[in-house]
Design a protein around this ligand. Structure first.
Ligand code: MG
Length: 242
């Protein structure tokens, strides 16, 4: 089974270096060393985040998807439906703007926006700073909306309890095959926008099959954050993460 650690180590122009997909160059040896250090430092910070959160009963869930899969809408619905039954705080990751944090704030939920600039993912240091800013309550749920892409966020442990990958029915069912590291890292896959199934050519079973070809035991739920369809199963899963 593919794991993020199996990802090939490369780099391309970025504000920082990390595993990616460009051909090796003359300085490849040096690049690999730097990238291994970047990931090792991240893993150390992630482990500290994990220890800090588990000491307080805080359960963090790292939500990852392509842009536009419905992460923010899913969070808005989730916060509304949980309706104070459990404290929730949110970390919003985007390259720019505070638009998603504004949406979450309107639900009354504590939220911090992290802008990554040219960066394409959240990392454990950003997560640590977000934890400091939010100071999440004991036994709370910390929903982390990562930057929308199916590549880089898979490689960076934030110290979360679980990774959730969201794919919407307006995407191709072959996404798990094209982005296997992301789907292999998932503890749960949500197929979102189920309300649009009558209007699009998306085979739910085929998508689930593709996902299980890279992650045999992964749980797959089909939901609609717009209509609420099957969202109860998602809430049950969140409760199980306690
Ligand atoms: Mg969003």
């Amino acid at each position: 089974m593919l794991r993020p650690d199996d990802a090939p180590v490369h780099t391309h122009p970025h504000p920082h270096t990390h595993p990616h997909g460009t051909p090796p160059s003359d300085d490849a040896g040096e690049t690999v060393t730097i990238e291994q250090k970047v990931l090792a430092k991240n893993d150390l910070l992630a482990e500290r985040n994990r220890t800090w959160m588990s000491g307080r009963g805080v359960v963090a869930v790292n939500m990852m998807s392509s842009p536009g899969a419905g992460k923010t809408t899913l969070l808005e619905r989730t916060i509304g439906d949980l309706d104070g039954r459990r404290p929730v705080a949110v970390v919003e990751g985007d390259q720019e703007t505070g638009l998603d944090a504004d949406r979450i704030r309107r639900t009354g939920c504590a939220v911090v926006q992290v802008n990554t600039g040219a960066g394409c993912h959240l990392d454990a240091e950003m997560m640590r700073d977000a934890l400091t800013a939010l100071s999440p309550a004991e036994d709370s749920l910390l929903m982390v909306e990562n930057v929308g892409n199916l590549v880089c966020p898979a490689l960076f442990d934030l110290g979360e309890r679980a990774k959730v990958v969201i794919i919407s029915v307006t995407e191709g069912t072959d996404k798990p095959l094209k982005y296997p590291y992301m789907f292999a890292a998932a503890d749960l896959i949500l197929i979102n926008k189920a309300d649009l199934l009558p209007y699009v050519d998306f085979d739910v079973e085929q998508c689930a099959r593709h996902a299980r070809s890279v992650n045999p035991d992964v749980r797959v739920l089909t939901v609609s954050a717009t209509t609420g369809e099957n969202m109860a199963q998602w809430y049950d899963w969140l409760t199980e993460q306690r």
